[in-house]
Design a protein around this ligand. Sequence first.
Ligand SMILES: [Fe+2]
Ligand SMILES: [Fe+2]
Length: 224
Amino acid sequence: MDLTTTVSRIVLDHPECAAVFQDRHIDFCCSGGMTLAEACAKRGINSREVGAALEKAAMLPAPSEDPRALSTAELVSFIVSRHHTFLRDALPFLVPLVAKVAGVHGDHEPRLRKLQAEFFELRELLDLHLDQEEQTLFREVVTEAPDPERLRSELAGIREEHREVGAALHRIRALSDDYTPPPWACTSYRRLLVELRHLEDDVLRHVHLENEVLFPRFIPGRRP
Ligand SMILES: [Fe+2]
Ligand SMILES: [Fe+2]
C-alpha cells in the first residue's frame, strides 16, 4: 500500500478498507485528505502494520458498483435509498434500547448515561441533517444548472455538520471502549454496542460518499 496515497482515496478504491481505519481511529471522512503516512504518524501507529491490514482488506471482493461511475441523480438516489433510509430505521430503533440500557445499568456504569445523552444529540443532529440535505442540497445538485453561490454556502454548512457527526461518533466510541461490552453486560447491552458499531460503519461510509464522491463534482478541480 502506497504511504503517499490519501486515506480518502484508499477507501474510494477499496471500500473494505474503511473498517481498518475505523478500528485504528483514523478519520477517512472529514480528514480524508491526509496521506496514509501522515494519518499513521498523527495517531502514533506503525504504518507498516496498517499497510498490511489494508492490503488484506483490499483483497476482499469489492461491491459490484463503483459509486464514482454513477450519474449525480443516481448517486443522490443511492445515498437516500441506502443510507438515509437506514438511519430513519436505525435511529428510532436505538432510542429505547439506549434508554433501557442506561436506565438499568447507569448506576453501575455512569458512562452509559453520557452515552445516552451523546446518542440523543446525535440523533437530533442527523434527523435535521437528512431533511436538510434532501430539501436543499440534493435538489440543487440534480438541477441542470445549480446556482454556484447557493451551492457553495450549502456545501459549507453540510460539511460542518459532517464534522459534528464525526465528532459525536468519536465520543460515543470512546464512551463505549470501542464498542467493547464489559464481562457482566446483559444481552441488551451487547446488542446496543453491536448496533452502535453498525451505525458508525454506515454513517462513515455515507459521509465519505457525500464528501469525497458527490461534493467534489461541484468544486472545480476536485472531481475524483
Ligand atoms: Fe446524507
Ligand atoms: Fe450528509
